[in-house]
Design a protein around this ligand. Sequence first.
Ligand code: MIC
Ligand code: SF4
Length: 644
Amino acid sequence: MGLSAFYKILQEHLLEGTLTPGSEIGIRIDQTLTQDATGTMAYLQFEALGIPKVKTDISVSYVDHNTLQMGFENADDHAYLRTMNASYGIYHSPAGNGICHQVHLERFGMPGATLLGSDSHTPTGGGIGMIAIGAGGLDVAVAMGGGPFYLKAPKVVNVRLSGKLRHWVSAKDVILAILGILTTKGNVGTVIEYTGDGIRTLSVPERATITNMGAELGVTTSLFPSDAVTHQFLAAQGRGASWREILPDPDAEYARVIDIDLSTIVPMAACPHSPDNIKPLSEIKGMQVQQVAIGSCTNSSYKDLMIVAEILKGKKAAPGVSLIVAPGSRQALEMIARNGALSDIIASGARIMESACGFCIGAGQAPPTGGVSLRTNNRNFEGRSGTASGQIYLVSPETAALSAIAGTLVNPLDRPESVYPTIAQVEAFHIDDSMIIPPSEKPVKIIRGPNIGEPPRTDSLPDELRGVIGLKVGDKITTDHIMPAGPRLKYRSNIPKYSEFVFENVDPGFAKRALADRQKGVFTAILGGASYGQGSSREHAAICPMHLGVRLVMAKSFERIHSDNLINFGIIPLVLENPDDYDLINAGDDFTLSALRETIAHADTITARIAGAEYRFTLAISDRQRAILLEGGLLNHTRKKFNA
Ligand code: MIC
Ligand code: SF4
């Protein structure tokens, strides 16, 4: 049986385990990336490991999330990152240089390599033919130290693309269509590999739009083969030498095959408040729009911006529409500045934002109360925009630009084909790496302002755990529900402070209650529904609850990165053996888990006493993860391992 492209790369990086889907493997990581919001904690944890220099081929630290600097906190974080990175062999991309995934694709992405990033959209790199996986910061710290990255060998689903996209239909519509099919639930442990004649019609940035939003499917990652299109992109980035061909074997076997004819895709939107609430624009067009925001790691490449500029050329944003454009990288921004396209965007009345995450993470540009905002990014979770009642629709750059002019949601297919802007393939991107600061040869004094805390510590697991169910939540709880970003983002480096906002928008009293219980020696458990922990890789969604005394999360099912993060911080993720038990357990119930150390060490099922009744849970984790839980988290575990 032939191999998929994914398994070919995996095989070259295998350090531990066997390549049987479902079993745990350890792989070598060639490259890492971090962004500032997860990075400070990742680097504090790296320092705590006591390793003098990173052991990867290349590690890059990007500042793109917290760039607003309203107060000293973010600026302190940036100074810490810059000096820490210089000392430990890490490249540093400062604020304004662009969004990590976009810059990494342009300047570092390499077919056949492995990339681990402390951000859930790291799979953007799959567009260039690399295995790019998102993880918690501590996992990334361990990989920087030369440790393997552990994951369950995934099953590979093949999406076979044929045909060619129609004018006015874009890569964003392809991934929205796939979200409509596969949804955000039930794809844990899966990788998507794109093949078929249709992939030849998609450029690397378009492929990256598709792999980027694979994160919303909840898959481990997505991958395009590395072919002539990949070669052309790398050559145009002055990095042709990094190219190698990686194709699946002709007889590669896949767990499932999904056929999509690109010519049948129509423009779509992900409607409030989930990336899988997909509707064709033909059904929802015409509604009034208050805001249009173009940018983010999904859709702000040079080509995306050029299409937007061509559409806006000579036109104005409709009165009452706030049009926002945030180019994804300094390279893209400088190129549209040099060729004049930026002038067309400015003249349309657009507000030009820094090359950063910005509106996507709720750092500014919150829409008005109840306002409809069309956005080209990847997540529209309730409240993420900064306005609880905001109605966020995720769309393509084409749809966004046309709607900005009209003031209403436009279906691009209603525009004549003849006026579709065709953007020429770039033969040579503008290359200037002077803003990517290489590590220092000499030691550098690391600056630690008052916003830089200590990496959190945990105790080893007690043999008996008693406490209360502090909170019962429903299905699809995202890490944005658990740990809000936006105005709270600046506390990322200060765990006690950030912890005050755990579940802030779900149950404002939760954090205070849990902390008061912890001080009385009472632990807290959380009861969740299906797909608990969707969305971002932020390990703060585990660290901060841990700080409040949460040692147990019970749910119908968990998403991969969050479940790993829980274990990394000593919190036990228990899956309800009988999902109907969910209805019988309530917030406020007391719980007891006895003989816990023995159970965690060996058993696949656990019985808990909750409000006088017994309930059974499964714990489908690896032996390595059992050891981590027993030792009270990955930091303790790794230090022990590295010291040995
Ligand atoms: C996001 O899109 O939610 C983020 C902000 O990029 C997160 C990381 C974080 O919370 O710092 C992600 O996707 O992992
Ligand atoms: Fe930044 Fe948004 Fe991309 Fe997250 S999804 S990395 S916040 S642009």
